[in-house]
Design a protein. Structure first.
Length: 260
């Protein structure tokens, strides 16, 4: 399903996904969720895509989350979500390719939940992060409550969850919630640096590392260290890339990754 509300662009091995609704601070309504579901399916399945960057159009908002005006105009019922959940991403737990959230402004409610569902967050110094749902009689039901207590110290997470108050980009960096904060004019350059660092690695190694890390979060160490538990790890160790890396090192050259 095509919609101008979501832009999808391939730049080499990188998929750029842009929420294109700046007139509502990039809030999402059902057509957005459905289109994002399709895009994340394509990112997962296309062997030529090695990583993805998710952002919002303009310089005011990454995403303000659920489009409450749309909700109010459509009977007040929260919209049905695709299999992948809010934005097609928040309930998707099998995507082994890395996702960078390029947060160019407000990341509130479901918008913050999308950023939390990404693997890395690179933010402008004007960004603000929060889950204000309690202020409008709702709660962060797209994984925000559960992810925040895993990604922040508990008391800091509970402070945000119970008050709905946002935090600045600087505070998010201080708490370890984001990977880098840059001036708005330098945000693209900062994101590009992270993209280049990831692309310098074998894509299969990156996927194996992500799957092993995320798959071990809630399991005892002695039950999660075996490589046999992770399909992406098994794929890596039987791949051409696993041979190319040591060979390139021995020959003192840059490796040529094939992703197979």
């Amino acid at each position: 399903m095509e919609t101008e509300d979501i832009l999808f662009e391939r730049r080499g091995e990188v998929a750029w996904v842009t929420i294109n609704r700046p007139h509502v601070r990039n809030a999402l309504h059902p057509p957005c969720h459905d289109r994002l579901e399709e895009i994340w399916n394509e990112v997962a399945e296309d062997p030529e895509i090695w990583l993805a960057v998710l952002t919002g159009a303009g310089d005011l908002a990454f995403s303000a989350g659920n489009d409450l005006k749309w909700t109010a105009a459509n009977g007040g019922q929260l919209p049905a979500m695709p299999k992948g959940g809010f934005g097609g991403l928040c309930s998707r737990f099998d995507l082994v390719k890395p996702v960078i959230a390029r947060v160019n402004g407000l990341a509130l409610g479901g918008g913050f939940e999308l950023a939390l569902a990404a693997d890395l967050i690179v933010a402008s110094d004007t960004a603000r992060f929060g889950l204000p749902e309690p202020k409008v009689g709702l709660m962060a039901a797209a994984g925000g409550a559960q992810r925040l207590v895993r990604q922040l110290p508990l008391k800091q997470a509970m402070g945000m969850l119970l008050t709905g108050e946002p935090i600045s980009a600087a505070r998010a960096l201080e708490l370890g919630l984001v990977n880098e904060v840059a001036p708005s004019a330098d945000l693209d350059a900062a994101v590009d640096r992270w993209v280049e660092r990831i692309l310098a690695c074998s894509p299969l190694s990156v996927r194996a590392s992500k799957q092993a890390a995320m798959g071990s979060l809630d399991r005892p160490l002695d039950q999660c260290v075996s490589p046999a538990l992770y399909p992406a790890v098994r794929t890596l160790f039987t791949s051409e890339d696993s041979k190319e890396g040591p060979q390139a090192f021995a020959e003192k050259r840059k490796p040529v990754w094939k992703g197979r």
